[in-house]
Ligand binder design. Structure first.
Ligand code: COA
Length: 159
């Protein structure tokens, strides 16, 4: 079974990594799909986001990382994925995730969305929070992989 785990990943957090680790154990191949033309204005370029995810996912042999643009269901077809993985953090994510899952199902009946509950210790983390804390000089080492911590400090210093 091939599955895709899509997102902006600006940047990848330990919460995302937890979902990747757990999803990679239940599917044969997992493609982390990095959105390059989303409505959010990212801090990191697509290439930087892909590189950071590749470095963080190095231990997982069946995980591949690719950038995509356009409709997620079209990218799923290109990669022969039949499953979209999404993480759910408590109740706040549910409404939006539910709408996305229904929309994707309406666009392509062959693709199913599977939700994994985010582990409790990561349930409060978001990429925006990481960027805010780092930009104000706070410690983000417990929220992101090492490679991201280094990159975010460099990025902030260069702005
Ligand atoms: N742990 C911690 N944080 C998590 C998390 C987890 N397990 N899961 C999500 N998040 C956070 C992210 O950090 C991010 O935080 P931010 O808003 O502060 O940046 C937020 O939740 C949501 O980000 P993400 O999971 O990366 O998803 P997204 O909403 O940015 O991306 C896509 C959604 C890419 C799946 C969607 O926009 C898409 O499919 N686009 C393609 C166009 C399309 O097909 N549209 C029609 C179908 S909806």
């Amino acid at each position: 079974m091939i599955a895709i785990y899509p997102g902006s990943f600006d940047p990848i957090t330990n919460g995302h990594l937890d979902i990747i680790k757990r999803a990679s154990k239940v599917v044969d191949n997992l493609v982390v799909a990095v959105l390059c033309n989303g409505s959010k204005r990212p801090l990191f370029s697509t290439e930087e986001r892909v590189e950071m995810i590749k470095a963080a996912c190095h231990p997982f042999e069946n995980v591949d990382v690719q950038a995509f643009s356009g409709l997620l269901v079209d990218f799923a077809k290109q990669t022969s994925a039949k499953v979209i993985i999404r993480g759910l953090r408590a109740t706040a994510d549910f409404e939006n995730e539910f709408k996305m899952a229904i929309t994707n199902k309406a666009l392509s009946d062959n693709i199913e969305t599977l939700f994994l509950p985010t582990s409790l210790q990561y349930s409060y983390i978001s990429s925006s929070m990481v960027k805010e804390v780092a930009s104000l000089g706070g410690d983000v080492s417990f929220m992101v992989p090492n490679v991201v911590e280094k990159k975010i400090l460099q990025k902030i210093a260069s702005i």
